[in-house]
Design a protein around this ligand. Structure first.
Ligand code: ZN
Length: 289
């Protein structure tokens, strides 16, 4: 599947479901026109009800507009069932069918970072590239890959889920059941456990360790998969600022020493807080699922 080209002008309701918050927005003309959010971790079984209420209100003037959802992974069957690692109330949850039934709208679901990769590619930092890695370093850590001009699906639609690359053998326990995953060592949740507070309060040593771990993971993948650009979104990475990106890039280049990979660069997403919502809009509007 290719997602190059202009951003569709049609209206749609975009939903971004993460481990801490879920956001719903009206997207029209390629822009976020209005947005609302709900706390997702505390919402429990009521999360679906909250989402339906927000879709109804934000989409009130566009009754035929479809709904595009970017949901934390993993998922299966093209987004038909979702099991977000940090939202324990949803395991193999039939999100697409439930939202379609409750809202009466056409609904399409994809992974949150896969959605971000679509918008990064269409209107963000990756316009014109054929090969790049999109990442989020936030409450969780995720990724999605565009190679040879295609957003990679993989066997179950979870390709690029870089958060579960082992970066510290025998390290911290991860929500997936393994130890030492990038998500277990460098996510916002991991930093909260480490610092006892908001990840933004992490000291220089902790910040540098996160940059090193992310950088090594990206450098390793660049050598394996032959891309040179990685764009990172998410409150943890963006909150750490320019120093994070320069340290992570240095760490990536320390492990990516082969000619084709040695100029790998880790840079901020160009889309700010709108990336996943615009990606969710593309999930609905591209009509390829
Ligand atoms: Zn894991």
């Amino acid at each position: 599947m290719s997602v190059a080209g202009a951003f569709p002008a049609d209206a749609c309701v975009a939903v971004d479901i993460g481990a801490t918050k879920a956001e719903v927005a009206l997207v029209a003309g390629g822009r976020v026109r209005a947005r609302e959010r709900v706390a997702s971790r505390e919402a429990g079984e009521a999360l679906l009800d909250s989402l339906v209420t927000l879709v109804d209100s934000l989409g009130a003037d566009h009754p035929n507009a479809p709904v595009g959802v970017a949901c934390a992974g993993p998922l299966r069957d093209g987004g038909e069932f979702v099991s977000p690692l940090n939202l324990h109330q949803w395991r193999d949850f039939p999100l697409r069918a439930r939202l379609a039934e409750r809202t009466g709208r056409r609904v399409a679901v994809d992974g949150d970072v896969r959605a971000l990769a679509r918008s990064e590619w269409r209107v963000g930092a990756a316009v014109g590239l054929r090969d790049f890695l999109s990442m989020v370093v936030s409450t969780g850590v995720g990724g999605a890959l565009v190679l040879d001009g295609r957003l990679l699906d993989g066997r179950t639609g979870n390709a690029g889920h870089v958060g579960h690359l082992t970066v510290v053998p025998g390290g911290a326990p991860c929500g997936c059941g393994a130890r030492g995953c990038l998500e277990a060592e460098a996510s916002g949740l991991a930093l909260e456990a480490l610092t006892g507070g908001d990840p933004s309060r992490a000291d220089a040593a902790v910040r540098d360790r996160v940059a090193q771990l992310v950088g090594r993971a990206v450098g390793t993948l660049a050598a394996v998969l032959d891309f040179r650009a990685c764009f990172v979104a998410g409150s943890v990475a963006l909150g750490f600022g320019e120093e994070f990106f320069s340290s992570a890039t240095r760490a990536a280049r320390e492990v990516a020493r082969l000619d084709y990979a040695r100029e790998v660069t880790i840079a901020p997403s160009a889309l700010g807080p709108d990336g996943a919502l615009l990606g969710a809009a593309l999930v609905a509007l591209d009509g390829d699922r």
